[in-house]
Design a protein around this ligand. Sequence first.
Ligand SMILES: O=C(O)CCC(=O)C(=O)O
Ligand SMILES: [Fe+2]
Length: 319
Amino acid sequence: LGGAAAAPGALPVINIGRLNDKDPAARALVVQDIARACRDRGCFQVVNHGVSKSAMDGALKAASEFFDMPAERKAAFACDDIRNPVRYDTSSRDGISKARSFLKHYANPLDHWVDSWPTQPATYTKKMGTYAVEIQRLSIQLMGAIVQGLGLCPMHLQEKLGAGLQFMALNNYPQGSSRAGDTVGLAPHSDIGFITILLQSSPGLEVTHHDDGGVWTPVPVIPGALHVHLGDHLEVLSNGRLRSLLHRAILNTDEARISIASIHGAAMDEKVGCADEFVDERHPRIYRESSFHDFLDFLPTNVKAYRRFVETLKIGGSA
Ligand SMILES: O=C(O)CCC(=O)C(=O)O
Ligand SMILES: [Fe+2]
């Protein structure tokens, strides 16, 4: 064919209301939509997901109130140790932050982590906690559908996910200049974990799947919808049947922008490897097993020339 790759079509929006349907055929249709979206696009948006509008609005409000605080207050949460349970930062020491400040913290189980969260603004823990719990529940429901779509039992990972990691990143981007053209706030990367569920206050997120030929597709803001994309550990688990999604954030030229990413994975030291069901003579194991802990060890080494973590896990490849 040659020439520039054609822009892939609109990103899928999936109504997941019937995932809980008693009729297995009704659930199967939704599972099929999710499976296709995971395979072909590495992401999709969900509507009818059961996360309340008030929880979503509350989370964005809590995040914006946090970022609106004076710099000294926020600096109290700054920490050089990437293992700290709460971390605020404005610099680009991670190699991918170009123009963002962020607050990152863990969230599952909430009662274990919430005491380490900011106590200012006063309603932060209440609002973000409510959102975190609802998103954690949704993540388990979505993962049930995703593994079923892969042909596994829907319960395959449920216990590990229930005891697993929920890592939240609140991102704050300045308004971009319309004269400067597209300005990258957060450079292309994939997330660790199985899936990320993301809420954005205004457009800016862009995605490119491994076979999109490097064409970036903007993720539209659909009121009430949540964006879901696949992380490195789902690529590993599926032995490469699914691929993690490269994504980036462009500065919005109309307004400052906030996004809240919730990353869902196995517990800190739990090793994730390829499921035996996807390994046979024709499909040898592609990736070494690894944990979130291993990912944190890898991060500081990934500053100069960015590589997806999952690339470094390839068996036979260079680590
Ligand atoms: O701001 C966005 O939309 C993307 C955020 C993101 O990719 C992340 O926090 O990992
Ligand atoms: Fe990300």
